[in-house]
Design a protein around this ligand. Structure first.
Ligand code: FMN
Length: 339
């Protein structure tokens, strides 16, 4: 199957309930402590947040999803226009297809037509990086969208579940370290839903990575997506992965100076966002709810979803007595069960 057809199938299958983990993110282990005396007025609540030195309207990154075929271009245009209007950062989907089919560039590059000033991240797989990505090709990917950052995605689970998967995993860390040295752009490393542990985060940090998106388990399961697509691999790995809350706790406990942590993987509402930030993330990200809203009703649906989340975050912050995102602290969480 061509990479283009595969990417189309991914969008379709991620809308199926069966592609979600049964395993939870782990956020239900905490309750948020109601503050009956918040001592802030609702209109003082400001949900803006910083990432990589830039201030955004809301602590939500629209995770990398698509590109590489014409309908993907339409999805990217909606995400770009929405992010431009609401001052949110986003990532395009894997640009690997551009390396194989340069004619597919337009489904990525059109984002700058709809988002001339938004923060946009390029995206490439760790395996492609380890196989060797020349400076010229790297520049081609980044320049096509005038990228503000480069995301490297780690997805060994997904590749191992794909009949046509790329099984080059040796050398990825070294390739990431070299990428950090040879580009002026910030490098963000993310998983795709199976999570980054504290131990892996430490190796990435030692390699020079200063932004990690944990993309933990509890949301989209890429083992399930691939099994729904081809039914050629064992379902034994469908629940494989580290819950998002566990990733956050492990990485936060390392106290790595200047590390920015993005919480993603199963972020499905504002309470997940707030708990993730209280657990040490500076920013959150989500993928599946965004593609679902776009498929259901285009940009209007996505804007409705966002407006609801915006209102909910302001309410949650007020009920916790937090006028800014930086005010969200671990002390606002109460452990209700061990995870
Ligand atoms: C349709 C779809 C396509 C995706 N494609 C990519 C991709 O090309 N590159 C990438 O880094 N992650 C990709 N992802 C993974 C997401 O960025 C995210 O890490 C993962 O889905 C977990 O987040 P969620 O539980 O909010 O969906 C994709 C996700 C979806 C739903």
């Amino acid at each position: 199957m061509s990479i283009t057809d595969r990417k189309k199938d991914h969008v379709r299958l991620c809308l199926d309930d069966q592609s979600a983990y049964k395993k939870s993110t782990g956020f239900e282990a905490w309750d948020l402590k109601h503050n009956a005396l918040p001592e802030i007025d609702f209109n003082q609540v400001n949900p803006s947040a910083k990432l990589l030195g830039r201030t955004f309207g809301f602590p939500l990154f629209i995770s990398s999803m698509t590109g590489g075929y014409s309908e993907a271009g339409a999805v990217n245009a909606v995400i770009a226009s929405f992010c431009e209007k609401n001052n949110l950062p986003f990532g395009v989907g894997s640009q690997r297809v551009m390396l194989e089919k340069p004619e597919e560039e337009s489904s990525f590059s059109l984002v700058r037509k709809y988002a001339p000033t938004a923060f946009i991240a390029a995206n490439i797989g760790g395996s492609q990086l380890a196989e060797g990505l020349s400076d010229t090709r790297l520049r081609l990917l980044a320049d096509s969208i005038r990228a503000d950052a480069i995301i490297v995605h780690l997805n060994p689970l997904q590749e191992l579940m794909q009949p046509e998967g790329d099984l080059t995993f040796a050398g990825i860390l070294k390739a990431v370290e070299s990428l950090v040295r040879r580009t002026d752009l910030p490098v963000i490393v993310k998983e795709t839903g199976a999570g980054i542990s504290g131990a892996v985060a430490l190796r990435l940090y030692d390699a020079g990575v200063k932004v990690i998106d944990v993309a933990g388990a509890g949301g989209t399961s890429w083992s399930k997506v691939e099994n729904l697509r081809t039914n050629t691999r064992s379902s034994l790995f469908d629940e494989w992965g580290i819950p998002t809350a566990v990733c956050l706790k492990e990485i936060d406990a390392l106290n790595l100076p200047d590390l920015e942590m993005i919480a993603s993987g199963g972020i499905r509402n504002v309470l997940d966002m707030v708990k993730a930030i209280c657990l040490g993330a500076g920013f959150t990200a989500t993928a599946q709810p965004v593609i679902q809203a776009i498929v259901e009703g285009g940009e209007d649906s996505l804007q409705n979803l966002y407006d609801g989340w915006y209102r909910d975050l302001c309410i949650a912050m007020c009920l916790l007595g937090a006028s800014s995102v930086e005010d969200l602290k671990p002390s606002m969480l109460r452990l209700v069960k061990d995870n």
